[in-house]
Design a protein around this ligand. Structure first.
Ligand code: ADP
Ligand code: MG
Length: 288
């Protein structure tokens, strides 16, 4: 590839809000046969709506504390919602859950468990917040959910469940169709449960979906697949992005200065993936 073509291609990409960080990315984009998508923040907006809470106010406060230091989109959505001035939601026992603002003084040893959740000590007691896998690790039985949920538990028992609704990015359905027309295989990889993944799939119709994956399992799948592009939010997808030929990070809002990936999509619009392929086509045609 001639350096001049790459430079002008990179410039063109930048005009469309595509930051090319690895000069090989435009050339490699030509070879892509499979595109893996993360779910949260990639196919969906990454902003969850807290739609139900099965638990009491105390449990909600505990969950808030556990999630207060986490950057995971679920944690961000939860803490933002329950600390809002006008937050109220009816608990399952019909009590009204209200705005949460608790001191983090009693909070200690906050540890993220990748692909599972988070654990911390509050007033000397160990608490866990995360998915069904995390509950299984603790030997706890929890009611299976058809939605995206966070379970809260201590070492002995399940205490509460927060249920979230998510929103598909408006351009997702069309983008997947466009990629299929280009004969590119589309696959969604998610750490979320199979039901929740299936619900998204019923709208978006990717070629394949794989749910319940830990971050390293996502990376392994990508590594095994030649000519693969990975599109993720860059927050917890760094290893998956690094495992693909072309790693594309969706930047939404404040997290533009991300390190992971070969390409950053400013604004996080999914249709920029087809734009990237178009720019790559143009660039490489000039080279040949
Ligand atoms: P994905 O982006 O596909 O959801 P992640 O690896 O980011 O995959 O997370 C996998 C799963 O782990 C999430 O769907 C969620 O159930 C759980 N999880 C991760 N971090 C947290 C957290 N801070 N709080 C609650 N659950 C979490
Ligand atoms: Mg993720």
């Amino acid at each position: 590839a001639t350096p001049t073509a790459i430079i002008s291609g990179t410039g063109l990409a930048a005009k469309y809000g595509l930051l090319i960080k690895n000069a090989n990315a435009l050339e490699l984009a030509q070879t892509i046969k499979t595109i893996f998508f993360d779910k949260t923040g990639t196919i969906t907006t990454g902003k969850f709506e807290l739609i139900a809470f099965d638990g009491n106010q105390k449990a909600l406060e505990t969950l808030y504390l556990l999630e207060s230091r986490s950057n995971h989109p679920l944690a961000k959505s939860l803490t933002k919602t329950v600390s809002a001035e006008r937050f109220h939601l009816t608990a399952t026992d019909k009590t009204l859950l209200t705005r949460v603002s608790v001191s983090t003084d009693s909070l200690q040893n906050v540890t993220e468990i990748a692909g599972r959740g988070v654990t911390a000590t509050i007033d000397g007691q160990q608490f866990y917040a995360g998915n069904q896998k995390l509950m299984q690790d603790l030997g706890l039985d929890v009611p299976e959910s058809k939605d995206t949920v966070i379970y809260l538990a201590n070492e002995k028992q399940w205490l509460a469940t927060a249920t979230f609704g998510s929103t598909i990015k408006p351009e997702a359905i069309d983008t997947i169709q466009q990629l299929k027309k280009r004969k590119i295989k589309t696959v969604m990889l998610t750490g979320d449960n199979a039901h929740s993944a299936q619900k998204i799939q019923s709208y978006v119709h990717l070629d394949e979906i794989k749910a319940g994956l830990a971050p390293e399992e996502k990376a392994q799948m990508i590594q095994k697949t030649p000519n693969a592009m990975m599109v993720g939010d860059g927050i917890n997808d760094a290893i998956a992005l690094a495992s693909s030929s072309v790693g594309v990070a969706m930047a939404t809002g404040s997290d533009i200065a991300m390190e992971a990936g070969d390409v950053t999509v400013i604004g996080g619009k999914l249709n920029k993936i087809t734009t990237l392929l178009d720019v790559s086509d143009k660039t490489m045609r000039k080279i040949k």
